[in-house]
Design a protein around this ligand. Sequence first.
Ligand SMILES: [Zn+2]
Length: 260
Amino acid sequence: MNRDNPVFWIIFVRTIQASLCAIALHVLTGWSFTGPYALGLFLTPVLCLYFVFVFVAPWSWGLPILNRLATVEKIVALSFDDGPSETTFAILDCLNEQKNRATFFVLGEAVERYPELIRRMNAEGHTVGIHAWRHAAFVGLGSRRIAEEVNRTQEAIRRACPEAPPARWLRPPHGFKSLRALWFAKAQGLRVAAWSCDSRDYRDTDPESIAQRVTHTVRSGAIILLHDGPCSSATVEALPLILRSLQKQDFTCVPLERVF
Ligand SMILES: [Zn+2]
C-alpha cells in the first residue's frame, strides 16, 4: 500500500542524480571509471531499478502477480487488506445489502481475534486470502520467516473455519514484490494478487474523495484496493458510495475465487 510513498521516489531521484554527477565529474575532470567507481556507477542504476520494481512500479513485469482480471466484461474485484477488525462487520453488512462479493486479505493475528468474521466471509461467498501474520514487509525477510508468516495465517484461517478450503490467494504487505515471496507462493500453490485501482483509503480520511478516486480510475477487470483494518472508518463510509457508482456503471463485483 506504500507504492506512492515519496521516500522511494526520493531514492530513485537521488540515485539518478548520483550517477549523473559521476558522469559529469568524469567528463569535466577525467575522473577514472575504473575500480570501485565503475562498480558504484554500475550498481546505482541497478539498485535504482530494483527499488522501483519492488516498491513503486504497478506492473508485474512478467512475474506471476495478478494486477487485474483478464477480461473486457464489466466485472471488478473489490479487495480489502489488513482485517478483520471491528470495521469488517459494517463492511460485510454493506456488501451483503446488494449481494456484492469481495476478497479479504487477512492478517493471521487479527483472524485469531475475530474468527467469527472468517466464518461469515466464507458463509456469505467472499474469498479469504492471506496478507501476513502481523503485516511485516516480506522484502528483506528470509524464506523461513516468509513461510512462517504465511503458514501461521493459513493455519489461523483453517482453525477459524475448518470446513472452508485452504486460502489460495496471497497479497504481500504493502504490495512489495519480494522475489522470495513469489517463489514461496509458487511452491505452495498460492496465487499472488496486487491491484490496479488504488483507493488510497490508507491515507485519506474523506470518504467522498476515496469513492471518487475509485469511480474515476476503475476499468473493466480492475482489482480495487481498500482496507478493513482498525483505522478504516472512512472506508466504511466510502463503500456505499463506491458500490452505488459501480452499479451505475454496470459493474459486477466478483470475489477472486469465482474468477479463477
Ligand atoms: Zn496491508
